[in-house]
Design a protein around this ligand. Sequence first.
Ligand code: PGA
Length: 256
Amino acid sequence: MKSYIVGNWKMNFSVGESSVYLHKLQQKIRAFRSVEVIVAPSLVALQPLSLQVDRKKLRLAAQSANPHDFGAYTGEVSFTQLRGLVDYCIIGHSERRQLFHASDKDIRASVAAALRNQITPILCIGETETEHTFGETHDVVRDQLLGGLSEVSTEDISKVIIAYEPIWAISTTTGAHLASPDEIADIAKFIRRTLTETYGKEAGENIPVLYGGSVNPSNAGAYLTVPGINGLLVGGASLVADQFAEIIETAKKVQD
Ligand code: PGA
């Protein structure tokens, strides 16, 4: 199966800086059939970058969008408006859930809106530190997974990507809270089992499941070889083109 390396730039880089970064990254990486490289810049940079992107090497994603197609939603941008600019959209990132109160209803409507507009949803799921400590990870992961997918038909299920991001492992600088490959393997297996029970064997086996949480060039290889994991969602390390390119190279080597 293909590997997916997604760079989530969050609210970083001006439009000019985004363009310089993209230019640098495109010079550094080769086009690999086995690795799909995706970058998720700020909304404001998507339009100019869509004209600059070399689609043989990488694809663009939005970080979030509003599930309504049009209307009186001041300050929002819809999937319909993003259609043609991006191939992917990150949905339900923990920062959207926690800081902007994205509800389960918003998230499942966003997954449906993405599919309706030919944009591949990257549905993020993951438990908090407290939930982790209290052994609630499987329940939380199952609820977020099935909740987010509840408006997806059996026909469309093959068009989604899942990203498991334990919130306690995101952006840790000390390394004290890194998720271990064994923990991730357990959750990847659980996600696949849940998908199989709900959507059948093919979905359970073939839907890409990515891992995210403090991924960097030194740990990318270990995470990419976790059974059941098909790629990475990278925050901090994706802001440095050299580091992101190194992670992409690692993914290529793991695929070979
Ligand atoms: P991080 O971010 O790689 O900085 O931990 C990952 C994310 O929030 O998607």
